[in-house]
Design a protein around this ligand. Structure first.
Ligand code: CS2
Ligand code: MG
Length: 416
């Protein structure tokens, strides 16, 4: 059957850029028989580059294609670009791929996880982001997260001597506003933060000592190093945190240096997670092949969609690594739903990050996923289970925003 005869021929595809609390880029694909699919293409701080990639370069290629040919479309867009990988390309391909899976599952009348093999568990264990400028504020935040139902907690705190630090909700972000939902600020230039790794390394073990003292040994605790340490500093931290039995230490060193993890691994048994800034399985070959990590942190949104994530997670399974799919608020509810369908279906599920979106975001994106007793579930609606309200989206026009830039105390630019 030629594409022109298939009822699932793509007749339109358009992007929706909206800013309900933060910026999101969404692709909507519509077929001749009136089925629509959504894909998330949000790349925090560089949203319009992906929007243009989609509108100017991919949408013209999609019109007339058979929406049911997902693998073929993925290969056509990936190999056909000639220029491989990169966050902009892979976010754009991810949006197309996710929208096509949404369509296929709607046509099948099933929630996407059924097409991925069906449920392997009752729900996906979620971790929430607790934080505080100091230890008492952190302990309060952990109590609030436990009261809200979380059963695993990421722990981030302020560092004595530093004004604002990544991941600390209540800290002023340089323009006086709190971080709460989103570190990207709507300023003409990126806000600048300052950093001192030695102060951080001195402080963090005391933080975990206080948390374990207060909450006991059971509660799974996570921490994000956000790419700020050298390998030997990360090794030292991993070792110092061993008594506190972390679920994982995330992004200890900058992600592009896979061999750095070898050095950390030689020194510590603290489990390691990495990958939120990666965009293909190729970024993990040394890490997985040499068993240097325990958790794969890629986002569906930044790694080529459901097709590529399923392959990556299956590869990880061969090396005993589990999933920890990236789920901050800059992954839209569409990207989050895609993650939840994978979480439910794959065998090597580890944990799912869940920050909860701003209420304005949830006015634009109508979700059907649930969070009960610490577990996320994608719901039983056909497809991804997310609808986009265009009128609500139009009420929140795009606003330029940048992630912060980090500097050491002497002014040297550092990883943020
Ligand atoms: C983070 C993110 O969720 C995480 O683990 O590291 O919050 C990250 O800072 C943002 O996605 C950047 O946009
Ligand atoms: Mg992270």
């Amino acid at each position: 059957m030629s594409p022109n005869e298939t009822p699932h021929r793509i007749i339109s595809a358009e992007t929706v850029v909206t800013s309900p609390g933060r910026n999101f880029v969404t692709l909507r694909i519509t077929t001749a028989d009136g089925v629509t699919g959504l894909g998330d293409a949000t790349l925090n701080g560089r949203e319009l580059a992906v929007d243009s990639y989609l509108r100017d370069h991919l949408v013209p290629l999609l019109i007339g294609r058979d929406a049911s040919r997902i693998e073929d479309t993925w290969q056509y867009l990936y190999r056909g670009a000639y220029w491989r990988r990169g966050p902009v390309t892979m976010a754009a391909i991810a949006a197309v791929d996710t929208a096509l899976w949404d369509i296929k599952a709607k046509v099948a009348g099933m929630p996407l996880y059924q097409l991925l093999g069906g449920a392997s568990r009752t729900g996906a264990l979620a971790y929430g982001h607790a934080s505080g400028r100091d230890i008492p504020e952190l302990l309060d935040s952990i109590r609030a997260h436990l009261a809200a139902g979380y059963r695993a907690i990421r722990v981030q705190t302020g560092i004595p001597g530093l004004d604002s630090v990544y991941g600390v909700a209540a800290s002023a972000a340089g323009d006086g506003e709190r971080y709460d939902y989103e570190p990207a600020r709507r300023t003409a230039l990126p806000v600048e933060e300052s950093w001192d790794t030695r102060a951080y390394l001195r402080h963090l073990p005391n933080v975990f000592e206080a948390v374990r003292h207060e909450f006991g040994p059971e509660l799974p605790l996570l921490h994000d190093g956000h790419h700020r340490m050298t390998p030997i500093q990360a090794a030292k931290l991993g070792k110092a945190l061993e008594p506190y039995d972390l679920f994982w230490l995330e992004d200890a060193t900058p992600g592009e240096d896979q061999a750095a993890l070898r050095l950390i691994r030689q020194h510590t048994t603290t489990p390691l997670a990495i990958g939120e800034v990666f965009n293909t399985a190729h970024d993990y070959t040394t890490l997985l092949g040499e068993r240097l990590i325990d958790y794969v942190r890629s986002a569906v949104t930044h790694t080529g969609g459901v097709t590529a994530m399923k392959k990556l997670l299956d590869l990880a399974a061969l090396y005993g690594a589990k999933s920890g799919i990236h789920g901050p608020t800059d992954i839209s509810p569409v990207g989050m739903a895609a993650a939840l369908h994978l979480d439910l279906a794959i065998h090597n599920f580890g944990i799912q990050e869940y920050m909860r979106h701003d209420p304005r975001t949830l006015e634009v994106f109508r979700t059907s996923y649930t969070f009960d007793d610490g577990l996320l579930h994608p719901g039983e609606n056909p497809g991804l289970g997310v609808e986009l309200d265009d009128e609500a989206a139009a009420r929140f026009p795009y606003e330029p925003a940048y992630l912060p830039v980090n500097r050491l105390l002497d002014g040297t630019v550092h990883d943020w």
